[in-house]
Every structure is written in C-alpha cells, then in structure tokens.
Design a protein around this ligand. Structure first.
Ligand code: MF3
Ligand code: CO
Ligand code: CO
Length: 292
C-alpha cells in the first residue's frame, strides 16, 4: 500500500477522497500498531498491508490455484510420473491466462513442486513414477494479473499405510489450527504455538528450516511465518496483511537436508513428511482464507 494524500482518491477504489473514506480507518490501525511498536514488537510497514483490491486480486489467483489442486485429485494415481503432474499443472495454469510462479524462480526448473514420501518440500518433478502407497505433496503457485496465490496439499497414491494417512491428516489439522488463531493485533508466533500443540500431541515434529511468508505481487516477502514457537519476537498481525501458512510435519526428526540438486529437502532420518498450505488475509474480524 502506498501513502495517499488527504485529497487523493482513496486507495480502496471507492472514488471518494481519501480523507472522507479510509483515512480514519488507517489512522486507527496505525495507532494500535504504534502501541505495540512502543512495547518493542516488530510491526508491519504500511507498504506490507494490502488494499481491498489487492486482496481480491490475490483471491482470484488463489482460486485458480485451488481449482488446479482440486483437479489433481482425479489425475494422481499409481503409475503416473511427477513430470506428468508438472505438465498437468503447467497446462491448466496457462490455459487460464496465468503464469506458474515456480518456473525459473531462482533457477527452479519446473512449474510446481512434487514432494514424495520423505521429501519435505521443493521436490523437482521428474520421470519418477508414483507407486501404490506413496504420499505426494503438490505445491502450486499461480501468478494471475500480477498477483500470487500459493497453496499445497497431500495426495494419496492408491491405498496408503495407516501411519502415512495419519501424518497427512495431522498436518492438515495443524494448518486448520493455525488458521483458527489468526487475528489482528496478535503476534504471528501464536501460529507456531498452535501448530506445535497439534503436531506434538500426535507424536510428530515440526520442520524449522522452512517458514510461511508474506505474499502479494511478490512471491516471498515479509513477514516470516515460523511454524514453531520462535525464541524471538514475531511481527504483530494487522488487517491487510497477507501471508501463507504451510506447516511441514515429520514422522521422525524435524531436521532436513537439501540434496545436491540445490532444491529437494528431505528428512534426515528418511522418515515421512507431509505439508498443507493456504494463503490467508488478516481482516478486521479475523482471517480470510484466499485459497479455500
Ligand atoms: N510454493 C513454495 C512455497 O510455498 C515455493 C516454491 S519455490 C520453488 O513457498 F522455486 F521451488 F518453486
Ligand atoms: Co508458500
Ligand atoms: Co507453496
């Protein structure tokens, strides 16, 4: 969000002058945030907060991402390669006038991430064929009209083991618990606390090497969204903040290692990992899930 002068048209797109429209709203938000800033909490810069029009743009993109993830349910089955998933995602993205954000992002070679079994995240689609019993995460990010929508899910390949299903279900429950605690003027650290509670009660661990992130017209921006309770003060949430929550939950140890390809992150003990992700907006009341 850019700074607007009193007599400029309001940033919300109403055609009213700013002073008659959202000026008081913005001043109120700024006042509340400065109380936290005085107490030593990091607070978002005004430039980080999205307008209503921005949020609708991110939602449109997020809804395309959701429709691609929905369509993959009927496509993923034993015998298909992760390259075939990549092609499916790529084609459906460009047919809908969007750009697959991962392609060429910092050198990433494909249009989505496919992370199988012990792969935590950033798996690169390849000619590897999925086998009955595998669990695979597909992470899709569309760029539509300049806005990014980022979401991922787990898929079961044929019939999977009880523990694989439980890990996937618990990871989803971690994301749901995290979303339910999002509200303005709380620190982001409540998210990680909610995730750890669900994961630890189930006997699983929470990955610490990858975090959720601010998103909008940029793929990854401030704030950091750790999925564990950090030992530092996290940013205060404010209406207009948009970020992802994307907990990665491990069956065994939380530690990861990145393979020689520079991307693929695996569990260090070779045990299973699962992840679910949504892009969310902080509202005046609570939270709005833009990829649901
Ligand atoms: N979509 C991933 C995320 O949730 C990022 C993938 S980056 C890529 O942040 F380069 F691997 F595509
Ligand atoms: Co993300
Ligand atoms: Co993602």
């Amino acid at each position: 969000m850019k700074k607007v002068s009193r007599n400029d048209p309001c940033w919300c797109g109403s055609t009213e002058k700013y002073k008659k429209c959202h000026l008081e709203y913005d001043q109120d938000r700024q006042r509340k945030l400065s109380v936290f800033a005085q107490r030593g909490y990091p607070v978002p810069d005004i430039g980080l907060l999205k307008t209503g029009a921005d949020i609708e743009g991110i939602r449109k993109s997020g809804q395309l991402t959701k429709s691609i993830l929905d369509a993959l349910s009927g496509f993923i089955q034993p015998g298909i390669s992760t390259d075939a998933i990549n092609e499916f995602v790529h084609e459906m993205t460009i047919k809908n006038h969007a750009i697959p954000a991962p392609l060429n992002y910092k050198g990433f070679p494909k249009s989505c991430c496919t992370s199988v079994n012990e792969v935590i995240c950033h798996g690169i689609p390849s000619d590897r064929r999925l086998l009955e019993g595998d669990i695979v995460n597909v992470d899709v990010t569309c760029i539509l009209n300049g806005y990014y929508g980022d979401s991922c899910r787990m898929y079961e390949v044929g019939k999977v083991s009880e523990r694989a299903r439980r890990l996937s279900d618990v990871s989803k429950a971690c994301l749901d618990a995290a979303i339910s605690v999002v509200q303005p003027y709380l620190p982001i650290s409540v998210i990680g606390e909610a995730i750890e509670k669900v994961a630890h009660e189930a006997g699983f661990s929470v990955v610490r090497d990858f975090v959720g992130h601010g998103i909008g017209q940029i793929f990854h921006q401030s704030p950091y969204v750790p999925h564990f309770k950090p030992d530092y003060r996290t940013m205060i949430m404010a209406p207009g903040m948009v970020f992802t929550i994307e907990p990665m939950i491990n069956e065994g140890k939380w530690q990861s290692k990145v393979l020689a390809d520079g991307w693929t992150a695996e569990t260090i003990d070779g045990k299973l990992s699962a992840q679910w992700e949504h892009t969310v907006a902080v509202t005046d009341q609570g939270v709005d899930v833009l990829t649901a």
